[in-house]
Each structure stands twice: as structure tokens, then as C-alpha cells.
Design a protein. Sequence first.
Length: 462
Amino acid sequence: MRSANAVSPLLRSLSRPHGFEPLRVEGRLPESLRGTLFRAGPGLFERFGTRIPHAFEADGAVTAVRFDGRGAWGASRIVESAGYREEEQAGRFLYTSAASWFDRMRVTRRGLSKTTGNTSTFLWRDRLFALMESGLLQEMDPATLETLAATDLGVVSSAFSAHPHRVASLRTTFNFGVRYGQRMSIDVYALPDDGVPSKLGTVEAPWHSMVHDFMATERHLILFVGPVKLNLLRAMLGLGDVTQLFQWKPELGARLIVVPLDAIDSPRTFELDPFWTWHFANAFEDAEGPCVDLCRYPEFSLEEIGELESNGPLPLLTRVKLDLKSGKAHEATLCDIPCDFPQVHPRVHGARYGTLFAQTERRGQDRVIPGVTRIDLERGASSEWTPPAGHLPSEPVLVPRGEAQDDAFVLDLVYDSTTDHSYVAVLDGQHLDGGPLATVHFEQAIPVTFHGCFAAAGDEPA
Ligand SMILES: [Fe+2]
């Protein structure tokens, strides 16, 4: 058993970065599973003899597994951003709270930041990007996972969040980016499937906060500002790490800001009881206004991230109906299995839906029981894969096979603490409880990853 102060095995640096090489396969890979899974997370926890204070400040790693119907090849590389290379050249941290106060102030004054790409991967057109909450898009070469240049796509002011969302019916991906000034401004962007990216406008937030995810429907963008306040003075003075900059202030309550796509300058703000969410499952338009489904935490915590087991607050899948006529919000719990990292079939992104997949965490009498679960909202039924004891799953990534919302392969990067290595479980979304069809094994542990995506063969970036 690890001591209380031991470092979680998921918060260790990637020990052997490498390009694509054959991976050991157990079971039988489906022949129709062809394409590449990409995932991103923090990859370097120590540099220059210093451990970074929090995973959110680490340089990222992108991990990929390519399937061709017969075998699998894996790669995992550090995001070697311009800031990372600048630090390598200097022989010390220049960015984040791991840097000296002098260096930190120097980059802050010059408005510079490091595009660590430590949170998610994003495919757009023929390009792969590693994303983080507070930086530009860090382009990566999907064929080799080598780091290319960061980009603003010609429109991004300063940040492009790690949670872009595509609305299938609009054939457009939306995203936001936060700017901190006298007030917190949220810039919103549209990336049409065919056409050029554009900035739709800017929404002013009620206070300086952390904004992680949002939702988009056919008619609205829905932004969440929780009762977490950024200590702007500390941030400006370069004092403290990420855990010391944000404070839980339940007395503020929470806000959902509904932004009409055809009237960005006329947002409607809904006040709710205090809660926190990292991730939304989906959103759709109802008769009275948008409905948003999110993983609702009773409070905010940064302590549990990357830990094998947590005693932190549990998230429950919750629907918030936003009535545009009455201005009232109504909340209802949809499922009593704690879950986060929800995913839905791409066909129903931004539309009415009935099925989602998520990473779940049941608390048994004496241990946490992690799983990957399909939750059928209409039937109230679910199907779950519970990996062996000591195996920790992550966010499920869907590879659609057909039109039905559960007709997908589910790819899940799992850390096996009993052997200290990571593998991808290939599951059938319609029969999760049957266990993996195949497992694909790295020879090493991959540090915690947060989010990923799948490029189907043929759609893969060249
Ligand atoms: Fe996230």
C-alpha cells in the first residue's frame, strides 16, 4: 500500500517517449476497427530537478494507438512546445509556478504562455492539435506525434479551450477561450466543417473564474461559470500555484449563461445553487429552452486529479432545463451512478439523445469500484464493464459503427497498477458487460490522460 505522501503512479513522467511501434494484442481486434486513437494528458512532472506542483501545469504528452484491423501500433511523445524548448535551452523553468518569481513575472508581463497541450486532442480538417485551457492550439504531426508550431487559426485571441464541441446538424465546431482583464471575458469561436474559422463575439463573465467546458446546440451556446473565484492579484503577482489561485466560494452560486447563436450580444444568465462541473454530456433544444446534461459535483476540488483512489465529492449526472420564458432553471438527477468524462454518439452531438457512455466510480463498502458504463436515459438501464481490481479506466472514446447511439466500439486507456503498465481496452458499446473484445498493451505506464478522440481510417490526417 502506498503511503499518504507517495506520488500516484499516474502522476509520474512518461518514462520512454517513442514513435509508433507494434503493441502486444490479447484477444481479437475487430476487423472493422480502423483508425487512430489519440489521447492527451500531462506528461512531465519533474524537470530540472523540480517537481511541478500540479498536473494542470505539466508539459503534455500525446499518446496514440493505430488500428488496421489486424494489429495495433502505439506511440507516446512529449509536447515539445516553443515554451518547452525555450526552457530546455535555458536549463530551467521559465513558465508556470515551477519557475522562479522573476522568470514568471517576465513572461507574465510580456503576455507569454506555454502551450502545454496537456488536456485534450482535437481533430479539425486534416490537422491534429493538443489543447489546454489557457493557450493557443498546439499542432502535432498525427503520423509521428512530433510537435509542430502553435497556431491561433487566424482568429483566436489568446486561448482556445480544451473542450471544443461540434453540433452535428450545423456541421460546425464551437469553442471558447477565456481572457482575464479587469473583467473575465469569454471569446466564442465557430469552426465550420467547410469554411474559415471565425470569432463570433465575446461574453462578459460575472466574476474571474475557471471555465473548463461548455455546450452548444443548434441555437445556443451555454457557458458555465461556477462559484470558484480566481485571486487575480495573486495571479498578476505570480504568487502561488494553480491550487492556490482558485477558491471555492459557494455564496456566489453558479451561473449558466445562454448565448443565442444569432444574437451573441444578448446572453441570458441563469442563477443556480452552488455546484461545480468539469464536463457536460450533451445539450439539446426543448420547447422552453435548452436542456444541458452535466456531471454535477457538490463542490470544487483539484486534489483528486490523477489519484488512483479518491475520497472527493462524487459527480452525479444532472439535467438542467433552462426556461427562457420564465428565466428559471430546473435541475434533476438523471442517474445515481457517480460518473464523469461522458461521451455520446457523434450523430447526436447538440441534439436530443438517449444514451451516453462515461467513466464511473462506485464506492463499495471497502473500496472504490471504477468502471466504464453505458447509461440509457430513456430505458433507465445500463451496462457496465468493471475492470479487474487494480485497473483504472479513463474517459471512454467512441468509434461509431452504425446509427444507433450504442452502436460503437468503446476504446478506453486503462492503467494496470498490478503490473505498472497501460493498455487500451476495445469494448463493444452494446455489450460492455461482456468485457473487452481485445486489449492492446504498452510496455510502460502512460501518465494520466484526460481526453481523446478517434480519427477513422480514411478520415485520418495525412
Ligand atoms: Fe476536461
